[in-house]
Design a protein around this ligand. Structure first.
Ligand code: SF4
Ligand code: SF4
Length: 325
């Protein structure tokens, strides 16, 4: 697309003339759609060029998802389709990802970071090990999303609009309207409200230009085994198990909570749980008989799908908001 009005809109560019955004999220949080809305608004309402794409794990919901957006002036074609390695803007939908994904890779002084968190900017900096000289915007997007009954993605677009000067707020609002009017017209206004609150409630923090946390260069993941050193026949010589597999990073803001006083030990939840996270144990009942009783929820392996909450006939399991760490 070529227009004269779009020239010199973008205030920061890399050597290829692109402004680059990377979003770190969990499948189900809507980062892919957020990227599409951003690129669509930039193209349709700001006269820029843009692309958006995402990379998923094998199972979309509950696994790490990265969305990438590149923007350029209208007279500059975008020729690069590889993942964004040194973003001008990093957007962290789920800080808990820091346990399993090197989300700070490629972040340099001068970058901006938007984080969905309940923590203070200083605590967020320490949790994510944010290097000095970065501008941080913290937003409790989950709280706003719950209150407005939307997903966190449009709230986060509001915070992005606050952080990135050249991304026009009206253009992004128009992009959200266009996206939701097509398929879910009833969700247009709640999402616009969430977007506006994201813009207004994002808290700015200039991270001091110190050496508290080092800059971590972007590194491509290198598997230990490749075609040169893989065992003959592709044999797995060291089979693992899931005992150390921490799935807390898969939860998108809610977890099941058990109320022992309401539980009748019917085991409906155990049958429904796809990950065997409802743990029963043998105990003696009041008549002296040995029986299986609900013991606890294995939160390390619970991915927060909340099927157990849906099936519980006594509301002994309820869904509770989990702090965005
Ligand atoms: S489904 Fe509800 S009542 Fe039944 S065992 Fe599970 S928590 Fe208890
Ligand atoms: S939310 Fe409930 S059903 Fe889903 S993984 Fe966790 S314990 Fe299992």
């Amino acid at each position: 697309m070529t227009t004269d009005t779009a020239k010199e809109v973008i205030t920061k560019k890399n050597q290829f003339g692109n402004y680059e955004i990377r979003m770190e999220s969990i499948g189900g949080q809507g980062a892919n759609l957020a990227g599409k809305i951003l690129a669509d608004a930039a193209i349709m309402d700001m006269g820029l060029n843009g692309i958006s794409f995402a990379s998923y794990g094998s199972e979309k919901k509950g696994t790490p998802v990265r969305a990438y957006i590149r923007l350029a002036e209208s007279d500059k074609e975008i020729r690069i389709n590889s993942p964004v390695t040194e973003p001008h803007l990093l957007v962290v939908f789920a800080p808990v990802l820091v346990k399993s994904v090197p989300i700070m890779n490629g972040i340099k002084p001068g970058a901006q970071i938007v984080v969905n968190t309940t923590k203070s900017p200083e605590e967020t900096r320490d949790l994510l090990k944010i290097p000095g000289g970065v501008t941080l915007y913290c937003i409790d997007a989950m709280k706003i999303a719950v209150e407005e009954k939307v997903r966190i993605n449009t709230v986060i677009i509001g915070a992005i609009s606050r952080a990135v000067e050249f991304l026009d707020k009206d253009a992004l609002e128009a992009g959200i309207r266009r996206m939701f009017e097509k398929k879910y017209p009833a969700l247009v206004e709640p999402n616009i409200k969430g977007f506006k609150r994201g813009y207004e409630e994002a808290a700015l923090y200039e991270v001091p230009a110190d050496d508290k946390y080092p800059i971590s260069e972007f590194k491509q993941f290198q598997p230990k085994l490749g075609w040169k050193n893989a065992p003959i026949g592709g044999v797995i010589v060291n089979p693992g198990n899931t005992v150390l597999n921490d799935l807390t990073a898969s939860r998108t803001g809610f977890k099941p909570v058990w109320d022992e006083s309401k539980c009748i030990n019917c085991a409906e939840c155990d049958t429904a749980c796809p990950d065997q996270c409802i743990i029963f144990s043998r105990k003696t009942d009041e008549k002296g008989k040995e029986r299986q009783f609900f013991d606890h929820i294995d939160y390390m392996h619970c991915k927060g799908c909340l099927r157990c909450v849906e099936v519980c006939p006594k509301q002994a399991l309820t869904s509770a908001r989990e702090a965005a760490e």
